[in-house]
Write a protein that binds this ligand. Structure first.
Ligand code: AHG
Ligand code: MN
Ligand code: MN
Length: 323
């Protein structure tokens, strides 16, 4: 089976980017190990602190963030990082050539029920002009991403990674410690009969989402003329892995709960990396108003509505927004 290094070279990734990715993934392997120890190592449960998003941090949120922060800061390749669990940009090496944004542990409410969780990341070039503590360099649209991926800590630890030459899946061989290529050039099926949305928010949705989901639920008795199935992992990384693997549409749309919060998911740490992987696998990713990767960020912790997955199903969903 092909190793990660060989595939990255075949895809034409520059050596420094390959070294950075290997460093980042060494951190993810450590997170995978820490996660797997669970109650034996006392890593489950919450801390007493909140992150900048106003969410109570799980112990594993803090541990995972620290592991990635340490390994990336010490690597020398990185000028600065931004993280869901950090209030501000973290300056690293002033001469580093890359910026890394990450959600150190996605779906962390699942830690206490031994369910799917993961790490999501994206990498861009660091502009020469920026100071390492200047957040403005992170305010680039997702079209500038040079590599994005996630590691899913599930029954197997799996990596989905793209450097802009397709999305590939790798499985962590825990006996040798390497990520081995297990699916090259993933293609998301264009059609689907599976959707993912947190239906408990239904009363807060806007009309296009009400109408679209209503038609899916109406099944073969409704205008779609076929039955749909629903899945919700409560970890975007788990839902997106399923969509990449067998198709589907995943939505965390704008809702009317809090006008200050246009959606729940974070542009830099969740929406952009997943949109990049999805587009590289032949899928689509939209806010409902436009392509996620073209959103110009105004602040690092910005949230956006997310609709992504199988191309034709996302296109169908978007027709409800234009109606
Ligand atoms: P995080 O654990 O990094 O805060 O992310 C959780 C996110 C995302 O992974 C998931 O799709 C969504 O929140 C789940 O939201 P609900 O609580 O509405 O299910
Ligand atoms: Mn998350
Ligand atoms: Mn998180």
């Amino acid at each position: 089976m092909k190793r990660l290094n060989s595939q990255l070279q075949e895809d034409g990734a520059p050596m420094e980017l390959i070294l950075l990715l290997r460093t980042l993934l060494a951190g993810c392997k450590e997170i995978s190990f820490r996660v797997s120890q669970g109650a034996l190592a006392g890593v489950l449960g919450s801390t007493l602190s909140e992150n900048v998003q106003g969410e109570t941090q799980k112990k594993l949120d803090v541990i995972s963030n620290q592991i990635l922060k340490d390994i990336l800061s010490e690597s020398g390749y990185v000028k600065a990082i931004s993280s869901e669990e950090e209030d501000d940009v973290v300056p690293c090496n002033p001469n580093g050539n890359y910026l890394v944004s990450f959600d150190p542990l996605d779906g962390s409410s699942n830690t206490d029920i031994n369910s799917l969780i993961g790490t999501i990341f994206s990498i861009t070039h660091a502009p020469q002009w920026m100071d390492a503590d200047d957040p403005s360099a992170f305010l680039q649209p997702g079209t500038q991403i040079v590599a994005a991926g996630y590691v899913l800590y599930g029954p197997s630890a799996m990596l989905a990674l793209s450097t802009g030459r397709g999305t590939h899946l790798y499985t962590l061989d825990k006996t040798h410690g390497g990520f081995l290529l297990t699916q090259k050039d993933v293609q998301v099926p264009k059609q689907t009969s599976e959707f993912a949305i947190n239906a408990s928010n239904q009363r807060h949705w806007e009309d296009p989402v009400q109408d679209y989901i209503g038609d899916l639920i109406a099944g073969e008795d409704g205008p779609r003329g076929k039955d749909f199935n629903m899945r919700w992992v409560a970890a975007m990384v788990g839902d997106i892995h399923r969509v990449l693997s067998r198709g589907g549409i995943f939505m965390y749309p704008f809702d009317k709960r809090n006008p200050e919060m246009p959606g729940k998911l974070r542009l830099l740490y969740e929406a952009n990396p997943m949109a990049f992987l999805m587009e590289q696998a032949g899928g689509l990713a939209s806010t409902g108003q436009g392509r996620i990767l073209e959103v110009m960020p105004t602040e690092i912790h910005q949230r956006v509505p997310v609709i992504l997955g199988s191309k034709e199903e996302v296109e169908t969903c978007l027709t409800y927004y234009k109606a």
